[in-house]
Design a protein around this ligand. Structure first.
Ligand SMILES: Nc1nc2[nH]cc(C(=O)O)c2c(=O)[nH]1
Ligand code: SF4
Ligand SMILES: [Mg+2]
Length: 244
């Protein structure tokens, strides 16, 4: 994969003039209903890029980074065309980490916006990529960021760029995946320490945090501004199923 990325970079530095020709490593494109966040339940096209800069203990998409390999490479033009084969008007841009490719990730978002088909394009980002360049460059009311804040159980908390929290806007979402009481109390503290305009979502880790326990903690601690976030796709389909 590293070889592929280096090869891609060399080729692109030489010859890319049209953003639609930029090539990105892909895992999958499919249509389903969004399982999470404020747009849960809406038919949505998922565009899943390959590669991630984190390794969360409870990750449910380990097929989206090495030692797994990218399923295929597509140009931005091909990705936009493939997405347009589906009827959904919402896009979930995910991974892996969809913003891993910097300017190339931004160019894909811009091309999807330019297609003019979509009323919502949300980016599922992992909290370890600086959102400032994307917020500066992409000026579209349909583009929203759903940022994860990784808690202690994920093993990746120290990679969180806390500066992102102040950059998030009211249309954005800040998701905490909560695996334990320690995670819960850390999330509560983060919300106190780093004020944000984004909507906070608390999502239970499927295997270790029974939803009833998380709801109990939310009510007990008066978290009236926090929304419970259940992963609908794990309730509708087998939790291990891909492409749903
Ligand atoms: N239905 C469904 N909703 C999702 N929301 C976020 C997902 C993700 O993997 O990022 C996801 C996913 O994989 N499936
Ligand atoms: S950031 Fe997302 S894709 Fe990357 S390891 Fe963590 S859960 Fe998995
Ligand atoms: Mg998933």
């Amino acid at each position: 994969m590293i070889e592929l990325e280096q090869q891609e970079l060399t080729v692109q530095q030489e010859s890319i003039k049209n953003p639609l020709d930029i090539r990105l490593p892909m895992v999958e494109i499919f249509e389903t209903v969004e399982g999470e966040g404020t747009r849960a339940g809406f038919p949505t096209v998922f565009i899943r890029l390959f590669g991630c800069n984190l390794r969360c203990t409870w990750c449910d998409t380990k097929y989206s980074y090495p030692p797994a390999e990218a399923e295929f490479v597509m140009t931005i033009g091909e990705i936009v065309q493939e997405a347009a084969k589906y009827k959904a008007k919402h896009i979930c841009f995910t991974g892996g980490e969809p913003l891993l490719y910097g300017d190339k990730s931004a160019a894909l978002i811009e091309a999807l916006v330019a297609a003019g088909r979509y009323t919502d394009l949300h980016v599922e980002t992992n909290g370890a990529v600086d959102l400032a360049p994307f917020l500066e460059r992409i000026d579209s009311p349909v583009v929203r960021y759903v940022m994860d804040y990784k808690l202690p159980d994920s093993g990746e908390q120290e990679k969180m760029l806390t500066g992102n929290l102040a950059l998030l806007r009211p249309q954005d979402e800040l998701k905490f995946v909560i695996g334990s009481e320690r995670d819960f109390f850390t999330a509560v503290q983060v919300l106190k320490d780093y004020p944000t305009k984004a909507l906070p979502l608390f999502s239970p880790v499927w295997e270790t945090m029974p939803p009833v326990k998380l709801v109990g903690l939310m009510l007990e601690h008066g978290l009236s501004h926090v929304k419970l976030n259940m992963q609908l796709h794990k309730i509708i389909w087998d939790p291990a199923e891909r492409g749903v």
